[in-house]
Ligand binder design. Structure first.
Ligand code: SAH
Length: 377
């Protein structure tokens, strides 16, 4: 059982049956042919397989899908991030053009709400071009609908661009948003056995089912002394993203919001979620969302190594609280009295320690020339 608390609360919902058989057969054949797969290879194939990968599945996010995220819970989340972006733009000296980038924008809800709120600062959006970094074609379709049909899209419709990778975003000053993006990038797992670190791999059991196994010895030094059976998780996608950020010579700041611990931690946090409930990560490849904690202590070390500066992490409740979520929620309730209870409950879910307030963290990553951004500084 993964050690992470759910990033999504159970909420049964109807959904068409996924068909994981094809991917299961392909992975099993590959393991028989080439041997067990390291966890990152397995995770990547489950998520990103060109035909059967999870990100090819429409409707993964939302009440009718597998999981919900903060922007899907409350419009206030994206609005506050939009205001944060506008504040950043001012703090950067109002650069034009500005690249407003979102990594893994899901259904496009966060960006839609952020753009609506961003319009309250005159001149901000007219100077921005919006860049959505997204690998999934069903998600791109949803993003197009959210951003080109709603009011938020009208402000920027002419300057919306989609990219496969962050490196494709044109040069220039940039504000980057990544909500629940890093947790979806594959992790390697190393397991400490007999005084040595080994690759954790996925092999085939006697009845043909997938199972975790201990693979070959790996040269690795952990931050803290491990005990037998300890597991560390390594996410190369974080270094790749930070290197890509560091290559940008123009000023830039990235807001990373994700779930995971602020301190160094050992442990298996790989989790599968399907239809708003935990699932076995090995049971139905391609049919369940697979994620793992972001270790913010490790991320901060990588930020420094890339020559960038990290502010935070702070718990999501603190980040949203300092940006004025309570006041904004109260205003929204006042203008929508019929929905007041629902609006309040949604904010509570984002803020409460039992919901997303404590497990989720916000961290800003910036070029060293920029001042520490609010509400971190
Ligand atoms: N940020 C959104 C969605 C989070 S789910 C929200 O808060 O609701 C993760 C998103 O990242 C999905 O849109 C998924 O398709 C996308 N994604 C996953 N791996 C990716 C990658 N390597 N590059 C770009 N997008 C990716």
């Amino acid at each position: 059982m993964p050690s992470g608390a759910p990033r999504q609360s159970p909420m049964p919902a109807p959904q068409a049956e996924a068909r994981p058989e094809e991917l299961r057969t392909e992975l099993a054949e590959r393991i028989r042919r080439d041997g067990p797969l390291p966890v990152d290879r397995f995770m990547r194939l489950c998520l990103d397989h060109p035909v059967h990968g999870y990100w090819r599945k429409p409707d993964s996010i939302g009440a009718r899908g597998d999981f919900v995220t903060a922007p899907e819970i409350s419009q206030v989340f994206g609005e506050l991030i939009g205001l944060w972006c506008a504040l950043m733009w001012e703090g950067m000296g109002r650069p034009a053009p500005l690249r407003l980038v979102e990594l893994g924008p899901g259904r496009g809800t966060l960006m839609r709400d952020a753009l609506r709120a961003g319009r309250t600062l005159p001149m901000f959006l007219p100077h921005a071009s919006v860049h959505l970094v997204e690998v999934s074609s069903p998600m791109r379709r949803l993003q197009r609908e959210a951003l080109l049909s709603g009011k938020g899209g009208q402000a920027c419709a002419a300057r919306l661009e989609w990219h496969e990778t962050f490196d494709e975003v044109p040069v220039g000053p940039a504000i980057v948003i990544a909500n629940e993006f890093l947790d979806a990038l594959p992790i390697r797992q190393l397991v400490y056995r007999g005084q040595a670190w080994h690759e954790r791999v996925v092999g085939l059991g006697p009845h043909g089912g997938f199972r975790f196994e201990v693979g070959g010895v790996v040269d690795f030094q952990s931050e803290a002394p491990p005990s037998d059976g300890a597991i560390v998780e390594l996410r190369a996608g974080e270094e790749e993203l930070l290197r890509a950020l560091a290559r940008r010579t123009a000023p830039h700041v990235a807001l990373i919001i994700d779930y995971g611990p602020a301190a160094e931690a050992f442990g298996d946090t790989l989790q599968a979620v399907r239809r708003h409930a935990y699932a076995d990560p090995l049971a139905e490849p391609g049919a369940a969302d697979l994620t793992a904690h972001v270790n913010f202590a490790a991320l901060a070390r990588k930020v420094r190594a890339a020559g960038l500066v990290a502010d935070g992490p702070v718990p999501q409740a603190q980040f949203l609280g300092r940006l004025g979520i309570i006041e904004r929620t109260a205003r929204l309730m006042a203008v929508n009295p019929a929905r007041a209870g629902e609006i309040e409950a949604a904010t509570h879910r984002l803020m409460s320690p039992a919901g997303m307030g404590q497990l989720f963290k916000a961290m800003a990553v910036r070029s060293p020339a920029l001042p520490s951004p609010p509400p971190f500084g």
